[in-house]
Design a binder for this molecule. Structure first.
Ligand SMILES: [Zn+2]
Length: 316
């Protein structure tokens, strides 16, 4: 019998928890509406209650650790949330130490996009690959870079902000202060905005733009061509810089792959000599919104070697 770890996905609307064994098999999962009105202390209580229930059913001693994915900037070294606009009250909160003390187990904090990239490497489209980049197309664009099987953090844990890579110097203004960020030209929000500018409707969503494309509407097709071009420009730089074998895309716009991918690959090939010479793969991620949860569960597994984890839980 092997041990298990627990992944926590601290979302703005949902708190999701999964127990995963060391082979990546999901043993148990819980999804609860997140309530931040009582402050971080109340959320921590909620997490602890949920984890204790899982421990009661799976066994206390077999738990190897807990990984927590946070949508925002975190201080990896100190386990503190630096900025998370969807988690009111969490700024400056030392969530890692609080959970570690209360649960008496290893707790590892990570940015949610980084955790998702790790999840895809462990159990998703990146199985068997040790160097990959994941781009998550949502309201913004999240990025995670895995190098030699490890999350690339940069010196403060803020590496991988690929959504804010400049692709058009005079492009759309971004909330970060820059203009022409990738996420302003290729996220789900950007698809909706482009759809509006094309006259597809003043309230149109990305999914509805996709619907128009399915019906062959040339304006919607032009939107996805534009999105593909933007992604191709960004990917070309990433391929040229990293020379990784695999780049993954995930998020709501993925069903529109056939509409944006041709322009994406054309742009990528045109701008990346490395891609032309090496046939780098750009593919769909496989785990969807579970990637962050699975990756979070992998954090403590990765932190402790298997032997240490097994010894810690008394099975060797
Ligand atoms: Zn930006």
């Amino acid at each position: 019998m092997s041990g298990y770890s627990i992944g926590v996905d601290l979302g703005g609307t949902n708190l999701r928890v999964a127990a995963v064994d060391t082979n990546g098999v999901m043993l148990e999962r819980v999804s609860l509406p997140a309530d931040y009105s009582g402050g971080p202390g109340r959320v921590v209580e909620h997490i602890i209650e949920t984890l204790e229930q899982i421990r009661a059913s799976l066994g206390r001693t077999r738990l190897g650790g807990v990984g927590v994915g946070v949508p925002g900037f975190i201080d990896i070294e100190h386990g503190v949330v630096l900025e998370a606009s969807n988690l009111p009250g969490f700024t400056g909160f030392a969530i890692r130490d609080e959970l570690q003390r209360r649960l008496d187990t290893l707790v590892v904090l990570e940015n949610d996009a980084n955790a998702a990239a790790l999840g895809e490497m462990w159990m998703g489209a990146g199985r068997g690959v040790k160097d990959l980049i994941l781009l998550t197309l949502g309201t913004g664009i999240g990025g995670g870079i895995i190098s030699h099987g490890q999350i690339l953090h940069g010196f403060l844990g803020m590496a991988g902000e690929i959504g804010h890579m400049t692709i058009y110097p005079d492009g759309n203004p971004c909330g970060c202060g820059n203009t022409g960020c990738l996420e302003k030209h290729a996220s789900a929000s950007a698809i909706a905005a482009l759809g509006r500018s094309m006259g597809l409707g003043s309230e149109i969503s990305a999914a509805e733009v996709f619907g128009f494309a399915e019906r062959g509407d040339p304006r919607a097709l032009a939107v996805f061509e534009s999105v593909g071009r933007a992604l191709g420009i960004a990917l070309a730089s990433l391929v040229n810089i990293f020379n990784f074998p695999l780049y993954l895309l995930s998020g709501g716009p993925l069903p529109a792959w056939d509409y944006f991918a041709p322009a994406m690959f054309a742009e990528l090939d045109r701008r990346s000599y490395t891609r032309q010479r090496t046939g780098t793969r750009v593919e769909k991620a496989l785990l969807g919104s579970d990637a962050g949860l699975v990756g979070a569960a992998y954090l403590p597994v990765q932190r402790t070697s298997y032997t240490e984890m097994s010894a810690a839980i008394g099975h060797l």
